[in-house]
Design a protein around this ligand. Structure first.
Ligand code: ATP
Ligand code: MG
Length: 147
């Protein structure tokens, strides 16, 4: 269920979020059943939320929403972090692609997170949408058919 997913994610991200004084909000239909491989969904949500933690400045807000949307399940991660310029919106889902190489070299990571998100979404016949503006923030929505 969605509530197990959220509890598992909270256990991992609470501390890094607290270290940056980020305000994490979970907006989840707890008893929602998602018919998908649990570990892959966990990886998907964790990759998105880890990016929001990494690319949002101190004191920012991050919201994870998991809800039913017609015959689909919507998994949405929203932040008010550094954002991504429009010209990179397609490229960031490529393997090893990172927007600012000089900056991100210092922040660890390999540029694989979003390519994994895309791979998992496609394996479940789902879709990804991104809305992001530099200096304003990023919202990534993954829709998976509920089956
Ligand atoms: P890894 O996930 O492997 O640790 P990464 O975070 O750099 O490394 P991806 O998760 O694939 O790699 O993200 C690709 C790039 O997209 C990032 O380097 C960053 O430039 C940009 N990006 C991803 N999510 C966000 C976000 N929420 N806000 C701003 N930029 C983002
Ligand atoms: Mg990442």
């Amino acid at each position: 269920t969605a509530s197990k997913l959220v509890n598992d994610i909270k256990a991992i991200v609470d501390q890094p979020a607290e270290e940056k004084s980020l305000n994490l909000v979970f907006n989840v239909e707890g008893d929602l059943q998602i018919h998908a491989d649990y570990y892959r969904l966990y990886q998907l949500a964790l990759n998105l939320i880890s990016n929001s933690i990494q690319y949002t400045n101190e004191g920012g807000d991050i919201t994870l929403t998991i809800e039913k949307d017609g015959d689909n399940v919507l998994i949405e991660v929203q932040d008010n972090g550094i954002g991504i310029a429009e010209k990179f919106h397609n490229r960031i889902f490529e393997r090893f692609y990172r927007v600012d190489k000089a900056r991100s070299r210092h922040s660890g990571g390999t540029g694989l997170g979003l390519s994994i998100v895309r791979h998992i979404t496609e394996a479940h016949d789902g879709q990804i949408q991104i809305e992001s503006r530099e200096e304003e923030g990023t919202t990534i929505k993954v829709t998976l058919p509920q089956k």
